[in-house]
Every structure is written in C-alpha cells, then in structure tokens.
Design a protein around this ligand. Structure first.
Ligand SMILES: [Zn+2]
Length: 457
C-alpha cells in the first residue's frame, strides 16, 4: 500500500532528493493514546477504515451549530477552475463566494505546511511544520527523534511536532465532534485532542467512497454526528508534478476532482442539513526551469545536516561560512541568515528552518546534495514551494457556499491563515489565537462575522 501525500520528493528546496514510496502498514488500532480506537460498531462504508476516539456526544451548544465540510484539492492552482472549465466549482463560487484571483498559501507553498496552516491559522514557522521534511536539532539534544518527514508514519502521528490548536481539536475541546477524512496533522494527538473519527492516510481509498463516508457521518444521529468534516483529494497535484500545469493530464485531473466535488455537493444538498461547503487548495504549481541546483557544488556542507535545501549548521561559524560562500554564486536563489529572511515570508524565527536559509528567485529546483550514485536524478516537471507573493503560479483556490455564506461575492487574494477564524466562526467556536483575522473574510458571512461564538438558529 502506498503512502503518498501530494508530492514528488526531491523538490526545490524542501523535500528529500529521492523519490521514495514508503510502505505503509495496514490500518490498525492506534495505541498512541489511551482514548483511541473503539471497536467498529457502526456500519462501515466499503473500503473505509475509520478510527474512532472516545469523545462523548455533541454538547447542547454544538447541537445548535451548522456543519462545515472542508475539502482540500491538493495542488489545485488558483486559475485551474476557469482555465479548465471546472463547472461544479465555479457554480459553487456563484452560489456563494470564491477568490477569482486566488488565495495566498503560506511560505513555503508546500503541502503539509499549508494544510496545517489552514487548520491552525498559523504560519508554518508558528505551526511547527516549516517544510514537508525538516530537522529539529534541539529535539536531537533532548534525545527525541529529530527528523520530521511526511512519509514517516511515526513522525506524522507524533503530536509533539505540531503547534497550535487545529480546527478539529478546537471543536472537540468545545464539545463538538469532528471527523477527518485525511488532513495533515489529523492522525496525531494535538492540543490534547484527536478528531472523534479519522482515517490513517491511504491515497488508494476509493475517491467516491470518501464521499459516501462524509455522507455517512452526516447521517449519524445528531448526538454523534460530526459538525466539522475534512476531505482530501490528491489527483491534481500528482498530475501537475508529473506532467506540468499546462498538460492534458492535469486538465483531466481537474475535471475528475471537479466531478467529485459536484457529487459531494449534490449529496450534501440531499441531506437537507445546514452545511457550509468550503473547497480550498494548499498551493499552486509551476513548470520547473532548468536542472537541479545542488548547493554542495558551491559550499562545503560536510559539517551540515540537511533536508532538501534546508541547511542546519552546527555552529554560528558554520552558518556564517556557508552564508558567505553561497551569497553571490547564483541568481537563482537568495541566501539569508535566518534572522534576516524578509518579514513577509514569516520564515525567520524557527530553528527548524535552518541557517542560512535559501529562497529560490524563480521556478528552480534546489537541493543541498545530489542523490547517491545510480539513483534517479530527474527534475520534476511541475513544482511548488516558492514565494506565492512573487510567483502567482503558487496561489491556491478558494470556493465556499452554504447557510452562513453570502451569495455571489468574490474576494481579493487573502492569506490562507485567515480561514481558521472564519471556519471557527461558522461553527460557533471560539478560535484559538492565530495569525489570521476574522475581519479579512467577514464580508463573506451573512452575519458579517458578528455574534462570534453565539448559537445558530
Ligand atoms: Zn500539496
């Protein structure tokens, strides 16, 4: 069984240099938390193995709240819907709100950092996931595992890597049940909570069955019915990496996931429940130019630990030496001492970012080291991870409609951290402190963002 989130490894900067598919154990009860994995008692959707956490029923207040189904279409660039005629998504935007010029992912525009930024309202350097793969030398000093990687089941399920209060934990803390059909972070205990129901990530789970599971959750008795549900599709990202954003294969993947969203929308309507449907993506995609840029060709990195293009010097002297070496060697990247990374990137205060920090100046594939002899060394056709404010191809998508959302409004590009207080508001939850603000999207809400935390009719 393949465990593969939306990426090709070996990417400009932030992932490992080798394409690896990690074997994944068959889903089994999670023993990491004392309150996880009650036996299967409810009818299952074929091919779906739900892990259940003992959380008790929805509170009286939660019972009065609306429902939010949050869908991620990985790598669905901001302009794909129009470019490829995604009729269902465009219809949702027309019946609600959307961002015709896209939504800004957080830097780096990578999958895990951004899914978790959406879930927590925190920039990657505040939410802990500064890349898809990174090191934490402080943890090493404490005798804890020091490497996080999205293909490492142990790391992704270890809550100590994650900061903030993701939406599902926020809901559970406030007496509201949540269910995650895949979302980075949803398999770990974070802020003392897990979703009431979640799945172990397995991208082979049938895509239509995923919709059936969402509907099955919404058909549960009110007491156990989750009010926040996440859903995830990777197809568009895979096609974009392999064939590029302009390829027929990517167009076909857009058509496929748009069809799935259409099915979901129809099925949600049939429940007659007050469901806000929010469809987002984590980042866009750009065609890579040129070959790999390998940093160890310019500077001796023998004393450095590295992950992708992240560079971890063991001393101030090391960091300073490599910074000076790399400073003027290429126009294809900037190098900064971490404290000097431009403030707009929000990438200058977490040691997990390494020091110095490399920032690509265009669609270039950058890494610290090349692969071992004989290993494949191809550059992906499409890639992401770049500064979304300098490279519009990195912008993500946003569509939403439902009982809490105004009809027929568009929004200017906004940073994805603002989704967190907005979704919390729709659910009547009090959001934890975040980098986002409800003001940014308040105009999309029928109540203008007023009456935060009050009950819904
Ligand atoms: Zn992604």
């Amino acid at each position: 069984m393949g465990l593969r989130w939306c990426l090709r490894r070996g990417l400009p900067g932030w992932a490992l240099a080798l394409a690896v598919t990690t074997a994944c154990a068959v889903a089994q009860p999670d023993s990491g938390s004392g309150k996880t994995a009650s036996p299967e008692t409810r009818p299952a959707v074929a091919g779906i193995q739900v892990i259940r956490t003992e959380h008790g029923p929805n509170s009286a207040q939660a019972l009065k709240a609306h429902y939010v189904v949050l869908v991620s279409l990985d790598g669905f660039r901001w302009d794909y819907a129009k470019k490829y005629g995604a009729t269902h998504l465009l219809a949702i935007g027309k019946q609600g709100v959307w961002a015709p010029e896209g939504m800004y992912p957080s830097y780096p525009s990578l999958t895990f950092p951004n899914h978790y930024a959406i879930a927590t309202g925190l920039y990657p350097e505040h939410n802990g996931l500064v890349a898809n793969s990174f090191l934490d030398l402080q943890r090493e000093a404490e005798g804890k595992p020091d490497k996080y990687g999205i293909g490492d089941a142990k790391a992704v399920t270890d809550g100590s890597w994650y900061s903030g209060v993701p939406l599902w934990s926020l809901a559970e803390k406030q007496g509201m049940r949540a269910a995650c059909l895949f979302w980075p972070g949803s398999e770990a205990e974070i802020a003392g909570e897990r979703p009431s129901e979640y799945l172990k990530f397995d991208d082979k789970v049938d895509e239509t069955a995923r919709i059936a599971q969402v509907i099955a959750w919404l058909k549960e008795p009110e007491s156990s019915r989750p009010h926040l549900i996440t859903l995830y599709y990777s197809d568009v990202d895979h096609a974009g990496h392999e064939f590029g954003p302009d390829a027929a294969e990517t167009k076909a993947a857009v058509g496929k996931v748009d069809g799935l969203v259409g099915k979901l929308h129809t099925a949600l309507k049939a429940t007659k429940l007050p469901v806000d449907l929010v469809v987002v993506s984590d980042h866009g995609m750009v065609k890579i130019e040129g070959k790999w840029i390998t940093l160890d060709a310019f500077a001796d990195l023998a004393d450095f630990e590295t992950a992708g293009a992240l560079l971890y010097g063991k001393s101030e002297e090391d960091s300073s030496r490599v910074y000076n070496k790399l400073k003027h060697v290429s126009e294809k990247f900037e190098v900064y001492r971490r404290k000097d990374v431009p403030a707009g990137l929000h990438y200058n205060e977490n040691a997990r970012e390494g020091d110095p920090v490399i920032v690509a100046t265009g669609p270039y594939a950058i890494r610290a080291h090349g692969p071992a002899e004989g290993k494949p060394d191809s550059v992906p056709v499409g890639q992401h991870g770049f500064d979304p404010h300098k490279m519009p191809e990195m912008k993500a998508s946003f569509f939403a409609m439902g009982p809490d959302i105004v009809v027929g409004r568009t929004v200017a590009p906004f940073e994805n951290v603002n989704l967190y207080p907005w979704i919390a508001h729709m659910l009547g939850l009090e959001a934890a402190k975040s980098d986002g603000s409800l003001n940014i999207l308040a105009g999309t809400l029928r109540d203008n963002g007023d009456s935060a935390g009050t009950n819904k009719e």
